[in-house]
Design a protein. Structure first.
Length: 318
């Protein structure tokens, strides 16, 4: 499998976030991607590719210019300390640092490089994006996300055919949902923790199903805290059935490993071997598939979770 990776993500290195009034160590750390890369390198059969450069016009398809410019200028002005701006931001978890803009652009390029390979006929590509993207709105950073990698990649692929996005991060991908809320050529499906109790709180409810032309092309599957494998698998199968009916040209998966039983900020009960089951279920569709990394915060266990997930996409020899 082709893996898209750049060490440039490490330049974005937030130390703190503010959670319910307390200053706590930041969960979205460079080690997350480094651990996954290390585990992949220990396996045979993967090819690590650096992302190429893309013009900012691809970012501008999803994000407002004023926001893109703001993030660029803020990043450039900063020296050492992180800043929580008072504008263009949804929460207290998403600081801007000197290299945040650069790292966020490289993360988009990691997604777009994967998208071009899938468009050219690659069956499955894994883009090791960091920072993550699915909470980023057209004019706002939030939830550790700055630019919406999955939305930008899906928008790119939609030039060539219909796209389904399956978001299996523990958190609802509010930014991705909103990017395509009125469109019928991009289906957005998300399995996530009940937003009544978990981030992003304000969206991801079952009643949100799209608007205008997009009516029926968004579907949310909120799940209670403590959800285990049996219920998760049954819900995943419902989502996959809808993707099959939609019959897209491409599949983009927002991959979060924060559904893991020992994730420090999650709340589901999936074990590492179960990620192979998830991978296999998705792979049954046999669609040109772009895997985009989102969350997953148990740094120690991310390697084995990722390998388990990728094993689901390995074709059995017959
Ligand atoms: C980003 B992604 C815990 C606060 C957590 C922010 C969650 C962002 C998740 N200290 N709140 O979807 O994995
Ligand atoms: Zn998440």
């Amino acid at each position: 499998m082709k893996i898209i990776y750049t060490k440039d993500h490490m330049l974005h290195n937030p130390e703190w976030e503010f959670f319910e009034g307390a200053k706590v160590p930041h969960a979205e750390v460079p080690g997350r991607i480094e651990v996954i890369l290390k585990a992949i390198k220990m396996q045979k059969g993967s090819e690590i590719i650096s992302p190429r450069n893309f013009p900012l016009k691809f970012v501008a398809k999803i994000h407002k210019k004023a926001y893109v410019d703001f993030l660029k200028q803020k990043s450039a002005l900063l020296k050492k300390n992180a800043l929580y701006p008072s504008n263009f931001i949804t929460d207290t978890y998403t600081p801007v640092l000197k290299h945040t803009f650069f790292a966020a652009v490289r993360s988009v390029e990691t997604a777009l490089t994967g998208a071009t390979l899938v468009q050219k006929g690659e069956r499955v590509v894994y883009s090791l994006c960091r920072p993550p993207g699915h909470h980023a709105e057209q004019y706002m950073m939030g939830g550790y996300c700055y630019f919406n990698n999955a939305a930008i990649a899906a928008e790119y692929l939609s030039q060539f055919g219909r796209v389904a996005i399956l978001d299996i991060d523990f958190h609802h991908g509010n930014g991705t949902q909103h990017a395509f809320y009125t469109r019928d050529d991009i289906l957005y499906l998300s399995l996530h923790a009940d937003p009544k109790v978990k981030y992003p709180y304000s969206s991801g409810f079952i009643e949100e199903t799209g608007e205008g032309n997009g009516k029926g092309y968004t579907k949310n599957f909120p799940l209670p805290l403590g959800t285990g494998e049996k219920k998760y698998l049954a819900t995943l199968r419902q989502a996959l059935k809808l993707i099959k009916e939609f019959n897209p040209e491409f599949l983009v998966v927002s991959v979060g490993f924060d559904t893991y039983i020992n994730d420090p900020i999650g709340g589901f009960r999936l074990t590492s071997p179960f990620y192979e089951v998830i991978g296999k279920e998705i792979n049954v569709l046999q669609l040109p598939t772009l895997l985009i990394q989102e969350g997953g915060y148990n740094v120690q266990d991310l390697g084995k979770i990722a390998i388990s997930f990728l094993n689901g996409f390995v074709e059995e020899k017959r």
